[in-house]
Design a protein around this ligand. Structure first.
Ligand code: HEC
Length: 232
């Protein structure tokens, strides 16, 4: 019993440390948990990625043909519209002809949702604000001093910090705040998919595996009762 309690204590402290504040200057990140089963969301996320992120960040562990299959995209759209580098084949990784880390230091994003967590990235993408003291002209509440420029300002509009340190909108973008948040959810869903394409089938199969165990346990229990009768 004591051992069990000790194990529970160790596990719970691990749980707490994983949930510790790691959201930069914010007390905690905005809640968001990725969903890789909404195909349209993944496709919209890919669209935003191609338009706003692919010029700096590679996805070096994801292949174009895997993306094509999982996101149900016609092959000619991939080869004619999405692959923009001449020598790239559909079986190649999505590096967009760039090195792993771009000249200005943008890292590969394939595994970033695994490293940072969905909530961190979701909050990061929405908390850029104008800051003339930075070379990029903007700063971020989650990743203070980030070298990444605010590439989403056209969609979100510009934000600034008021005297109390809260974000306020100072100009409108092409999206409303809700539309922008939804788009960022699509984008993080897409990044979470990129980090583990097999998650789509893994989570679907998981339900069947658990159902199987429930049925199996029930059948074994009945069998055990039959045996137990004989033993009496
Ligand atoms: C103009 C180039 C550029 C574009 C476009 C760009 N980024 Fe970045 N991004 C960077 C740079 C540079 C960094 C590194 C920041 C640092 O470490 O200070 C970065 C960092 C990040 C990080 C943090 C990585 C980490 O864990 O440290 C994430 C997440 C990210 N970018 C996501 C995106 C997404 C999503 C898009 C598309 C909406 C995007 N970026 C578009 C340049 C860019």
């Amino acid at each position: 019993m004591k051992k069990l309690l000790l194990i529970l204590l160790i596990l719970s402290s691990y749980g707490f440390s994983a949930g510790e504040n790691n959201c930069g200057s914010l007390e905690k990140c905005d809640a968001f948990s990725s969903n890789v089963h909404d195909l349209y969301s993944l496709q919209r996320g890919l669209g935003i990625y191609m338009n706003y992120c692919a010029s700096c960040h590679t996805l070096k562990l994801l292949r174009w043909n895997r993306l094509q299959k999982d996101l149900v995209i016609p092959e000619n759209i991939i080869t004619e519209e999405l692959i923009r580098t001449p020598d790239t084949k559909i079986a190649d990784h999505m590096t967009f002809g760039m090195p792993d880390v771009s000249p200005i230091g943008a890292p590969d994003l394939t595994l970033r949702t695994r490293v940072r967590g969905d909530e961190w990235i979701y909050t990061y993408l929405r908390t850029f604000y104008e800051d003339p003291s930075q070379t990029s002209g903007s700063n971020n509440l989650v990743y203070v001093g980030t070298a990444m420029p605010n590439v989403l300002a056209g969609l979100q509009g510009n934000q600034a910090l008021d005297t109390g340190g809260t974000l306020v909108s100072i100009s409108e973008g092409s999206m409303t705040a809700e539309e922008f948040d939804d788009s960022m959810k699509d984008l993080v869903n897409f990044l979470a998919y990129a980090a583990e394409p097999a998650r789509i089938t893994r989570e679907k199969n998981g339900v069947f595996v658990i159902l199987f165990f429930i049925v199996f346990t029930a059948v074994m229990n009945l069998l055990y009762r039959e045996y137990a009768k004989e033993l009496k």
